[in-house]
Design a protein around this ligand. Structure first.
Ligand code: PLP
Length: 392
């Protein structure tokens, strides 16, 4: 009962954001207990955490292991890059938004060579162009793809990228932060060296740690690669294997909450169940917003069930801040857009919310437009022109 949608016990707004996101009451309640990090009970919890995350990769993933890392998702991206890319390695970063660019920036800090394929705000990197780059530059050792680029909400074509990467004999790394736990990710089929995700995205936990899932042989040979003590995946793994403990203070309450979140994930039918709910959330929300006159940045083919970017209306009565405030007053926190060319905003589909709540989101958006005196939610012609570039 306590986890019903909407959560009746709290007069809090729903977070239509891609993490931190709205969590179940029972997930929050799981944080009411203190844990000793060295204690057997917490060690058992860490063991179960790793096993359960690995189990989400399918039954054949026994040559992979899961290494949790303290911090936010970016800490895990940095840990993965610093640990699996040797100092003389070179990474092809496939960017179409803020998270791809952040990964390239991370490599710059780490002093690892990087070839950046920057597709701009949202165009997807395609297999053929990746194959061309790999053929032209034999120094590239790894390819990094962003699974769902959360800044536009595009679902990138990781299967075709995986295929050409494998065919070219290079290693494949994935930032699946906002996708793992909902969208299918089979590291074996993708020939993936390592991928990362974090506690506060599709598993619907609270922030505080992320995790690297990597081939065991790659973890073993990552010894000595890392630029960083705290972000050394091999060292964290080695300590966890030997002692069952995290090397430094673990986010105990966050881990306890995450175990509860994993229970709810399992009860919902695992990733397929969650994907079904997020997809319904998206479909109901997008259909309703389109009926109000809003337009999505992306054509349906590229829309993820994670977060959706809408163009801001051209009507001069529309101002994002007023729209945001009107939505918040109705119990919904939306997200500003991240496009550089046109004004936009984003609405997340993930977190402890269902399609009934999405219908209320649409109703609130309609009321907000009326309150602002916006006659039409149609975007400016320049926005639609921008979208036409996304043919194919
Ligand atoms: C959330 C997210 C990250 C990590 O962001 P943090 O703010 O460090 O948690 C990285 N990549 C993607 C695609 C994300 O959605």
């Amino acid at each position: 009962m306590t986890d019903a949608f909407p959560n009746p016990a709290l007069g809090e707004p729903f977070l239509l954001t891609p993490g931190p996101l709205t969590t179940a009451l029972s997930v929050k309640e799981a944080m009411l207990k203190d844990w000793g990090s060295w204690d057997d009970d917490f060690r058992a919890m860490t063991r179960a955490l790793r096993d359960r995350l690995l189990a989400l990769c399918g039954p054949g993933a026994n040559h992979y292991d899961c290494v949790p890392i303290q911090g936010s998702g970016s800490y895990c991206v940095e840990a993965m890059l610093g640990s699996f890319v040797p100092r003389n390695g070179k990474v092809l970063v496939l960017a179409n938004g803020a998270y791809g660019l952040r990964a390239a920036k991370t490599l710059e800090y780490l002093g690892r060579a990087c070839h950046l394929l920057d597709k701009g705000d949202y165009l997807p990197p395609r297999g053929a162009e990746v194959a061309d780059i790999l053929a032209a530059d034999p120094a590239i050792t790894h390819v990094l793809a962003i699974h769902c680029e959360t800044s536009s909400g595009i679902l990138n074509p990781i299967e075709e990228i995986a295929e050409v990467t494998h065919a070219a004999g290079r290693k494949f790394l994935i930032d699946s932060m906002s996708a793992f736990g909902a969208l299918p990710l089979d590291p074996i089929a993708l020939n993936c060296t390592a991928f990362v995700s974090s506690a506060n995205k599709c598993i619907e936990g609270v922030p505080g740690f992320g995790f690297v899932i990597a081939r065991k042989d790659e973890i073993a040979s990552a010894k000595g690669n890392s630029h960083s003590l705290a972000l050394d995946v091999h060292a964290q793994w080695d300590t966890m294997e030997k002692t069952g403990q995290w090397r430094f203070t673990p986010p105990t309450h966050t881990v306890a909450a995450f175990m509860k979140a994993l229970d709810l994930h399992e009860a919902e039918g695992g990733a397929p169940g969650r994907l079904a709910r997020y997809t319904r959330n998206r479909d109901v929300m997008v259909e309703g917003m389109r009926a109000l006159g809003f337009e999505t940045l992306l054509a349906d083919r590229w829309l993820s069930p994670i977060i959706v970017t809408f163009f801001c209306p051209a009507d001069p009565a529309f101002r994002f801040q007023a729209f945001y405030d009107a939505m918040k007053a109705r119990g919904f926190i939306i997200y500003p857009g991240k496009l550089t060319v046109v004004d936009s905003f984003r609405v997340g589909c993930i977190g402890r919310m269902d399609d009934d709540i999405m219908r209320r989101v649409v109703a609130a958006a309609g009321e907000a437009l009326t309150e602002m005196g916006v006659a039409s939610a149609a975007p400016p012609a320049s926005a639609l022109e921008e979208r036409r570039k996304l043919a194919a």
